[in-house]
Design a protein around this ligand. Structure first.
Ligand SMILES: Nc1ncnc2c1ncn2[C@@H]1O[C@H](COP(=O)(O)OP(=O)(O)OP(=O)(O)O)[C@@H](O)[C@H]1O
Ligand code: SF4
Ligand SMILES: [Mg+2]
Length: 343
């Protein structure tokens, strides 16, 4: 893994103009991604995961969407938000690829899957037709599709859900992109197939040194693959850290609640699964203070009034919660408190 970030997202703010008002879907997201790294973005439905991913790929329609002017998405130092359409076309698929939850909807139903891989290579001028045909079969074999030569001639509906997801990964990785964005790649699959797809992404990432941005609502999915985790709530990062920091020394009540809501194979003492009560705030009129205040059992007066500052616990591990302020009352919590440095 390289220390030099491949991608740097700085203060990304995305809104949608609707009849009801301006939906502030992403409210100041900043993070970086290095070559060979797997960064997981985890949060409940509607917290801005897909909108952020689409912003990275230039897939948002503006209007109704608006990316605020101070936002920056630097790919190898260049702000992709200033790309013209031709630059986006060169970037998508070749530098950065994306796989989606619903492979059937994402694949072209009228083209054989091998042909879909070939087209990707040809569009980016990376191979002749005959070389692309050979590479398509190699890619299908790489993602574990048996009898790849025969399967290359088949259409998406002739594949099972898990196999279709493998095909999508083959298409996404055919041009050897430096970044793979996987938006809920396993949500539609059953648990065993889910684990196989995650193992496949992990193996390919190790082999090809691709940086992976893995988006999911389920912390359980990323336990075995993520190097770092961003916990996102209501369009903001509320905690970030290494995989071990998030799983074993998390500091934010929302991270703790998320962890309690997923099955954990690594725990010896089995705890009862608990869903998070309440709903996220309205993003048309987000609260002035902590966005989690309405659902947090440790909520204090200040939480409703002022947004908590970022508190750093170690390089790379930080969270936004008033419980870590030196003046916070001495609550007993099931996660660690205090000793942070206010940023
Ligand atoms: N085209 C749109 N018009 C208005 N609001 C939108 C639009 N697209 C997304 N949003 C809003 O932006 C917010 C973030 O949506 P996003 O799709 O990023 O959520 P998500 O975190 O990916 O959720 P999920 O886990 O359900 O996929 C949501 O409140 C959503 O309603
Ligand atoms: S800032 Fe307050 S409301 Fe928000 S998570 Fe921390 S304790 Fe809970
Ligand atoms: Mg989504």
């Amino acid at each position: 893994m390289s220390d030099q970030p491949l991608l740097e997202v700085k203060d990304l703010k995305v809104s949608f103009h609707t009849y009801a008002g301006q939906v502030q879907a992403v409210r100041g997201l900043s993070f970086s991604l290095s070559a060979g790294e797997t960064l997981a973005v985890v949060g409940e439905s509607g917290c801005g995961k897909s909108v952020s991913a689409k912003a990275l790929m230039g897939l948002l329609s503006c209007p109704p969407c608006e990316i605020k002017p101070a936002s920056q998405i630097l790919y190898q130092g260049k702000n992709v938000l200033q790309f013209q359409e031709a630059e986006w076309s060169a970037f998508r698929g070749k530098e950065c690829s994306m796989i989606f939850q619903d492979a059937l909807a994402a694949l072209n139903p009228t083209l054989a899957v091998g042909r879909q891989i070939e087209e990707n290579l040809i569009v980016h001028h990376l191979a002749s037709r005959s070389a692309a045909r050979k590479k398509a079969v190699e890619m299908l074999a790489l993602v574990g599709i048996p009898q790849p030569e025969r399967r290359a001639r088949q259409y998406p509906h002739q594949f099972s859900g898990g196999m279709r997801q493998r095909v999508m990964i083959a298409i996404a990785l055919a041009c050897d992109p430096k970044i793979l964005i996987a938006d809920e790649p396993t949500t539609a699959l059953d648990v065993t197939i889910q684990a196989q797809i995650i193992d496949l992404i992990k193996a390919l990432q190790g082999k090809l040194n691709t940086a992976v941005l893995l988006i999911t609502h389920d912390l359980g999915v990323v336990a075995d693959i993520a190097h770092r985790i961003l916990v996102v709530y209501a369009g903001r990062i509320v905690e970030q850290g290494s995989r071990d920091e998030i799983f074993y020394s998390h500091r934010h009540p929302y991270t703790w609640s998320l962890l309690r809501s997923v099955p954990r194979l690594d725990l010896t003492q089995k705890e009862e699964l608990v869903s998070i009560e309440g709903t996220p705030p309205d993003l048309i009129d987000p609260p002035a203070g902590c966005p989690f205040a309405g659902r947090c059992r440790w909520c204090m007066e200040i939480c409703r009034e002022e947004e908590p500052p970022e508190v750093q616990f170690s390089p790379g591990h930080s969270c936004r919660c008033w419980l870590h302020h030196p003046d916070a009352p001495d609550w007993q919590t099931p996660f660690q408190r205090g000793d942070g440095v206010l940023c």
